[in-house]
Every structure is written in structure tokens, then in C-alpha cells.
Design a protein around this ligand. Structure first.
Ligand code: 39S
Ligand code: MET
Ligand code: ZN
Length: 799
């Protein structure tokens, strides 16, 4: 086997760094550009963000050549790979777009169009990235669209990074070489989808394009070599899971052939292939070991430690041990990590280095900025910057022998003891309440009995119209919240201002003629952060922004202790909304699984127990709402599908505890209280049994983006509960026509039964403006009236 020998070893490193900027500079620059600002300002922001990142990471100690990852993606690493590979879908080509350099002005125009669509062209689909709250843009593989690798552009990008590194104040003498990062060819294809005629024959046929794609990667590697890159990181995260539509054996064979081909190139950088988001699998290690790949990375946060036998094929290859977790915000247990490194040192016959388990894009920048936190809890945290320090400290353990970590170990152990003893980490009343939970606490009355009780109590028309909860989060609402946060609006002034917003929202819904109203969620910055702020056991951050998709960011709460509810949270707002109308107003809560999924969660007890603690807090809220006279309560679980384990074998256990936890939160409701749930962002087909097992009276789901397929899937399943398949996609500003809504409602009523179907959009309206919201809802109400009249004409009135 001919190998291009690496010019130097792979130093300790992190796989990636947050790309949105410590003060969301890139988010703001993107939104300014999308709002009509000059592209030059965006290019300047990107460049200064890159300079700052290089400088900062070198300053944190990543001083060696190839230690700093150079992630060139402005919005998303998958979209970046698409553009570098010149993969521009047919519909964009027809609209005048062509393959261009991603970092040039035309490249940023192309990236924006692919991510956001244009007036003529629909954007790329957004999908969840593994089991995180990050979303990537799905590449589209079409039979008649070839790859057009932007090799010069990638080389230019590398040179630009290098030049920025050389300008750094931190570097004395030669600046360290950055290490370009790119999604690998096998993962690129697995995460992509076929569209057009090819998709109708077989989705899996896209994998036939691997050899051609590897040719495109070869061109990129050649150009990087010429530009002087010593290493390239080619990520293959799909190797950690088996739930893909491409069979595992085929994926593994693809790895062998792709990296054999790339390894054979003589003019190339050394290849570093990390496998994140779980165990790489012995088959994957063997396949990579059979090629000339110079370094392989394994995830020891989520993944298991490989055996000596599994490591044998990697003899001579550098192993990057991902002992510093990229998916959590806790300080690394250095004793445990050092022990893992020791074991690997015994088992692996080759160089060993240290890395993060994943890119650090999923955690905030810097825990030191959180100065408002309980100092003890703050001392348990490690965000991206702290994790870089941990990687370097653990690398010191490899080179410096047994005492290198001594001081750190003692400090770490002391913090861990304090954590175990912290009064909010173990709250006896929460624990004993959970121990006392009986199976019947997770059961409601028979569904048929409930249906009858609710019919009498609510008296709703067929195809009741409703919305999913949130209404437009206007600039005014955000200003009210910001003023309250800053203290320039006192509590009373704040409550009055939010009440006005609620009153306005209720009035508009009455004018539209909707049947079941909501309060509009004006008091919520986010459906998870809001509850975290009102429950014990969580902290929330001031600067802990993490990218969710595109320019959109979130500040995930940190669940560190036993969860309980010090006081009712939503009851006063809902009671106020209900006082303004004779129509029923839905209570609106976020479910336990979603609060868990969209927070950083403690790692010292099973997730199922943490979920149940949240469920008990929500159970109290459900019962308080009910006592306040609220007859319909919605408990959202949009993330139920997201936490579904990537390994098929682990799914049944997850589905059992997640469903049970939801039921613990809802089963305090009486038969006459109608319980709704809402799910979105999902392929539901794999979890229909679980949705049924939630035992909600009514389920609203996202259906319009998947072409309403879920409606037939539900019907085949024999789903017999209330169901609101969302009839329009709220993720786009487009106002749906009355006719298309009529078609969808007719179809739903026909396939699922008139008695069961609800009429609603497919998610909350918080990202929309009022104008399009009112126009769309007016169409919904009109379309519903038409279909109701048709149904009434068909069915003779019963006597
Ligand atoms: N937790 C969660 N996960 C989820 C979703 C979700 O809704 N919640 N939906 C999916 C993802 N979709 C998303 C949809 C929208 C946004 C979004 O709009 N995010 C906002 C921020 C939301 C927020 O927390 N807003 C706060 C803070 C706003 C802010 O930026 N404040 C300024 C200061 C403003 C001032 O003082 O004037 C600041 O902090 O710098 C508020 O409104 O109160 C954004 O990026 O712009 C994010 C994800 C899946 N995962
Ligand atoms: C991401 S699901 C959103 C549900 C929430 N009730 C809303 O309407 O915004
Ligand atoms: Zn939703």
C-alpha cells in the first residue's frame, strides 16, 4: 500500500468549534444580509470571525500545526460540503444558479438560496442532525446532476485561513497550520436523499454514486495538498449508527472502497477520520484499518471503549480518543478519562492522541461568561473553551506520566463531592414522591368513556378549528421581555403588557371564528427555556447560545438537580385568556421528553428518572389548570421522535420510558378534560405505536411537508383517536390557498373519519408575521366551513 506519510503526528485537538460567534456575530451578519444588507459586510464578518477563532484557539493552547480545526461552513457543515462538491439541484440550476466557490459573494448568494429558497425555488429540506437539536440541509442527489468539485475554492479557503493565522498576535514565528474539516463521502451520501426519477425507483440507489463522489473528494484533497495542508479531517459520523436506509454492510463496504481510493493518492494531506455520536463499531474500525487512513477518531462520550482485538486492524494508525464530550456541558471526569486513555494505551498498537468526541458546535462558547450563576454550579461546567483546556490537560497525561494530572484530579474530585452534596441535586421530597408512583398514576380512564364525557362537556362542531399554541413573536413582544429582563419594566408593568398581548391575540382568534383558542405564548422566550426558568433544578444562561439551524439559535437550559415546581407556572395567563371569551382556551405545556431533549441534562442518574421528575412537576400544572376550569390541555412533545436512539436495539427501552413519562405528566387529568399533544419535525412512521401509546385524546402533527403521507400511515395503523394532521406548513411565509386546504381536509376526513379530524396548521406560528398568519387562518376557517357543509349534506342528520 502506498501511503503519503504525514509530515507530523496529529496533535491533541477538538473536532470543531461553535461557528455562530460568542455574541452571535454570524447570526446577526446573516440576518442583516438576508434583510437586504450588502454581502460585503457578511464577508467581512465571516473573515473576522475566522480570525478571532484561530487566534482564540491558539491562545487556548492549540499551538501545534494542524491542531486548530478550520471549519469553513458559514451555516452548516453538510451544506458547505454540498457547495464544495458543486452539487446544485436541478431546480436551482433552472433558476440560474451554478456551482461556485462558497466563500465568494456568489457563493454566499447560492448558500442563502439553498437554505432559504427564493420566490421561485423551494429551499433544501432541513432535518435533525443525529440525536441533537441541530438541523442540517439535506443534499439532493439527482441522476442528471454531476458533482463539480470546487477544488480551487477549497485551496483558496485554506490559504485564507493560513493568512489569518499568520496575522495573529499570538503567534511568534511561523503560524501553526490550520486543519481543514469536511464531511466524508460516505456520510455525505447516507445523509443525502435522492430526488427526481431516481428517487421513485429506490432511495438507496444514491449510494451507487459513491465512486464518482470519491473522485470529487480526490480533486479537493489534491488542491489542499498543493496549498500546503498537512492534514484534513474527513468526518464519518454515520458509522456510529445502524438505523439508516442504506444497509450497514453496504456502508462499511463503501468506507473500505472510498478510503482505499483516497488513501492511494500520493499528493494528498494525511487523513483523519473521526466517528462521532456513538460507538464506531468493530466493523468500521476494521474497514478503516484496512486502508491508508493516518488517523481515526473515536467517541468515548457516547461510544464504548473498543477491545484490543477490535483495535488490531488500526495498528500503526493514530488513534484520537474523544474523551472530552462535545454534547454535554459538564467538566470532564479527568480520572475516568485518564483511565480510558491508559487502557487505550495498552490496547492500541500505535500513536494515541486526545480530542473532543464531536465538534464543539453543540455547546456554548465560554462558561466563564456566566457570572450570574450559583458559583458552585458554575464550577461544574465546561463549555467549548473549557473543553479545549481539558483536551490539552489530558494530552499532558499521555506525555507527562502519572503526576501530570495530579492537581487537576484533586480539584475535580472536590467539585464532584460538592456536586453530590448540593442541596438541589438531591431533594428528598422529589425522590420519595417518585418512588411512590404507582402504575395507575400513568393511566387515564378508558378512551371511549373520555370521548363521551368530552363530547358533552365541549360541544365542538365537526372538524374543530384550532392552532398549535404560539402566535407571532413580534418585535413589540420581544421588547417587552427585554425591558423586563433589564429591569426597565417592573413586574406589574410587564404583566399588564403581556396581558394586552394576550387580549389582542384572543380578539383576533375570535374575529377569525376559530373554535378552540390559545393564549398565544407571548410570555415565552422559548417553549423549553420558559419552563426551565420556572422550575427548580435548572439554570439558564445569559450567553449560552447554540446554533439550531441557519441563523436560528437557542440557549438550552442546564438541568443539574432534582426537578420540582415551586409554584403554578401558566395558570394565571390561561385563566386570564379564558376570561376574555366564551370559546374554550387550551392550556399549553411542553412535555417532559421535550424539556429533557432540548436541555443539557445531568449525567448522574438515568434519563428516565429525570424525565419522570419533570413529568411530576407538569402533572401538578395539569391538575392546577384543570382546577382553574381549563377543559382542554395540550402537552407538546415535538422532540419525542428526536431522542429515539440511533441504534435500533436501544429503541424499545427508550420508547417505553418516554411514553410512560408523558403519561405520568398527563394522567392526573379527569375523563372530561381533553388532552392534546403535538409533534413535529419527524418521520412518524417508525413511532406511530408510541404516539398511540401516549393515550392523548387529540394529536396534532406536522403532515404537510411530507406530502400528507402520515395520514395514510395513521389510517393503516388503525389510529382511532382525535387527530389534526397539519394542513399547511408554517415554516414558510406562503399563505395556503382555500382550495388546497379543502383538498387536504377532505382527504383527512375521508381517510381518518369525520368524527376524529381536527383542522389546524402544522406547528406554532411564532416565527410568522401577523399578516400572513391572519390570511392563512381565514382560509383555514373558510375551507373548514366548506368541508363541513359537504359532510352535513352527505350524512343524514341523526334523530
Ligand atoms: N428549545 C427549542 N428547540 C427547538 C425548537 C424550539 O422552538 N425550541 N424548535 C426547533 C428549532 N427551531 C427554532 C425556531 C426558532 C428559533 C428562534 O427563533 N430563536 C431565536 C431566539 C429565541 C430566544 O430565546 N429569544 C429570546 C431572546 C432574544 C434575544 O436575542 N435577545 C437579545 C437582546 C434583545 C434586547 O435586549 O433587546 C440578546 O439576548 O442578545 C426572547 O425572545 O426573549 C433566534 O435565534 O433569534 C430557534 C429554533 C427544534 N428545536
Ligand atoms: C416546536 S412545537 C411548538 C409548539 C408550541 N406550542 C408552539 O406553538 O410554538
Ligand atoms: Zn411544532
Amino acid at each position: 500500500m502506498t501511503t503519503a506519510p504525514p509530515t507530523h503526528a496529529l496533535p491533541p485537538t477538538v473536532l470543531g468549534y461553535p461557528r455562530i460567534g460568542p455574541d452571535r456575530e454570524i447570526k446577526k451578519a446573516l440576518e442583516a444580509h438576508w434583510g437586504g444588507g450588502d454581502v460585503a459586510a457578511l464577508i467581512e464578518a465571516i473573515s473576522s470571525h475566522r480570525r478571532r477563532t484561530l487566534d482564540h484557539l491558539v491562545g487556548l493552547g492549540l499551538e501545534e500545526d494542524s491542531a486548530v480545526p478550520a471549519d469553513g461552513a458559514v451555516i452548516d457543515q453538510v451544506l458547505d460540503a454540498s457547495v464544495l462538491l458543486g452539487l446544485v439541484p436541478r431546480r436551482f440550476r433552472d433558476a440560474g444558479f451554478a456551482a461556485v466557490a462558497p466563500d465568494a459573494p456568489e457563493g454566499l448568494t447560492l448558500i442563502s438560496a439553498l437554505a432559504r429558497g427564493t420566490s421561485e425555488v423551494e429551499p433544501l429540506e432541513l432535518t435533525k442532525w443525529f440525536d441533537t437539536n441541530y438541523h442540517y440541509y439535506v443534499p439532493e442527489i439527482e441522476a442528471d446532476v454531476a458533482f463539480a468539485p470546487q477544488a480551487t475554492a477549497l485551496a483558496d479557503r485554506f490559504r485564507a485561513f493560513r493568512a489569518l493565522a499568520e496575522q495573529s498576535e499570538r503567534t511568534v514565528g511561523a503560524a501553526p497550520l490550520p486543519r481543514p474539516t469536511l464531511l466524508g463521502p460516505v456520510s455525505f451520501l447516507v445523509l443525502a436523499k435522492s430526488v427526481g426519477a431516481a428517487a421513485e425507483t429506490s432511495q438507496a440507489a444514491r449510494f451507487d454514486r459513491l465512486e464518482e463522489l470519491v473522485g470529487a473528494y480526490a480533486a479537493l484533497l489534491g488542491a489542499l495538498h498543493e496549498a500546503g495542508a498537512a492534514w484534513i479531517q474527513l468526518e464519518e459520523p454515520v458509522l456510529s449508527s445502524d438505523g439508516w436506509d442504506i444497509p450497514r454492510e453496504q456502508v462499511i463496504a463503501g468506507i473500505s472502497s472510498a478510503y482505499e481510493q483516497l488513501g492511494r493518492l500520493t499528493e494528498r494531506p494525511a487523513l483523519f477520520v473521526p466517528v462521532s455520536y456513538g460507538t464506531a463499531g468493530d466493523d468500521a474500525l476494521a474497514a478503516l484499518g484496512g486502508t491508508a487512513v493516518e488517523a481515526v477518531g473515536i467517541d468515548l462520550e457516547r461510544g464504548a471503549l473498543p477491545s484490543a482485538e477490535a483495535l488490531r486492524p488500526l495498528a500503526g494508525t493514530t488513534l484520537a480518543a474523544g474523551v472530552v464530550g462535545g454534547l454535554n456541558v459538564w467538566r470532564t471526569d479527568v480520572s475516568r478519562a485518564a483511565a480510558l486513555l491508559d487502557t487505550l494505551g495498552e490496547r492500541h498498537q500505535g500513536p494515541l492522541t486526545v480530542s473532543s468526541s464531536t465538534s464543539l458546535q453543540h455547546v456554548p462558547h465560554d462558561a466563564a461568561r456566566e457570572t450570574q450563576l450559583d458559583p458552585q454550579v458554575a464550577g461544574w461546567l465546561a463549555f467549548a473553551d473549557q473543553k479545549v483546556g481539558e483536551v490539552l490537560a489530558l494530552a499532558g497525561h499521555l506525555t507527562g506520566g502519572a503526576d501530570a494530572l495530579e492537581g487537576l484530579r484533586a480539584d475535580d474530585a472536590a467539585r464532584r463531592r460538592l456536586r453530590e452534596q448540593h442541596p438541589q441535586v438531591h431533594v428528598e421530597s422529589v425522590r420519595s414522591r417518585l418512588t411512590a408512583v404507582e402504575p395507575q398514576d400513568r393511566r387515564r380512564a378508558e378512551a371511549e368513556h373520555r370521548r363521551a364525557a368530552q363530547e358533552t362537556g365541549l360541544g365542538l362542531p365537526p372538524l374543530p378549528t384550532t392552532t398549535i399554541g404560539s402566535f407571532p413573536q413580534t418585535g413589540e413582544i420581544r421588547r417587552i421581555r427585554a425591558a423586563h429582563r433589564r429591569g426597565s419594566l417592573d413586574q406589574q408593568g410587564y404583566e399588564e403588557a403581556i396581558r394586552e398581548q394576550i387580549a389582542d391575540c384572543v380578539r383576533r382568534q375570535e374575529d377569525l371564528g376559530l373554535d378552540v383558542l390559545v393564549h398565544g405564548e407571548a410570555e415565552r422566550n422559548d417553549m423549553v427555556q420558559y419552563f426551565a426558568e420556572n422550575l427548580e433544578g435548572f439554570i439558564t444562561t445569559a450567553h449560552g447560545w447554540v446554533q439550531s439551524y441557519g441563523s436560528r439559535c437557542l440557549r438550552p437550559p442546564i438541568l443539574f438537580g432534582d426537578v420540582h415546581r415551586p409554584a403554578p407556572i401558566t395558570v394565571d395567563w390561561i385563566r386570564y385568556a379564558a376570561s376574555l371569551t366564551k370559546k374554550p382556551v387550551k392550556g399549553m405545556l411542553t412535555g417532559p421528553v421535550t424539556i429533557l431533549a432540548w436541555s443539557f441534562v445531568r449525567d448522574d442518574q438515568p434519563l428516565a428518572d429525570t424525565a419522570d421528575q419533570i413529568a411530576l412537576a407538569l402533572r401538578d400544572e395539569v391538575q392546577d389548570l384543570q382546577a382553574a376550569g381549563v377543559k382542554i390541555i395540550q402537552v407538546d412533545e415535538p422532540a419525542l421522535r428526536e431522542l429515539l436512539p440511533l441504534q435500533v436495539a436501544e429503541r424499545p427501552d427508550y420508547l417505553r420510558w418516554s411514553v410512560e413519562s408523558f403519561r405520568l405528566s398527563t394522567s392526573g387529568a379527569n375523563a372530561a378534560t381533553q388532552l392534546h399533544t403535538h409533534l413535529c419535525y419527524s418521520e412518524f412512521e417508525t413511532v406511530i405505536d408510541a404516539i398511540d401509546a401516549l393515550d392523548a385524546d387529540v394529536t396534532t402533527l406536522e403532515a404537510s411537508r411530507s406530502g400528507f403521507e402520515v395520514v395514510s400511515a395513521l389510517s393503516e395503523h388503525g389510529f382511532s383517536r382525535g387527530i389534526g394532521p397539519g394542513v399547511w406548513d408554517i415554516h414558510s411565509p406562503r399563505v395556503p390557498g382555500v382550495d388546497e386546504l379543502i383538498d387536504r381536509l377532505r382527504l383527512a376526513a375521508e381517510v381518518l373519519g369525520t368524527q376524529r379530524v381536527w383542522s389546524n396548521p402544522d406547528c406554532g406560528l411564532k416565527t410568522r408575521g401577523w399578516e400572513e398568519t391572519e390570511a392563512s387562518l381565514r382560509h383555514l376557517v373558510n375551507a373548514t366551513a366548506v368541508v363541513r357543509a359537504e359532510l352535513a349534506a352527505k350524512v343524514p342528520a341523526s334523530v
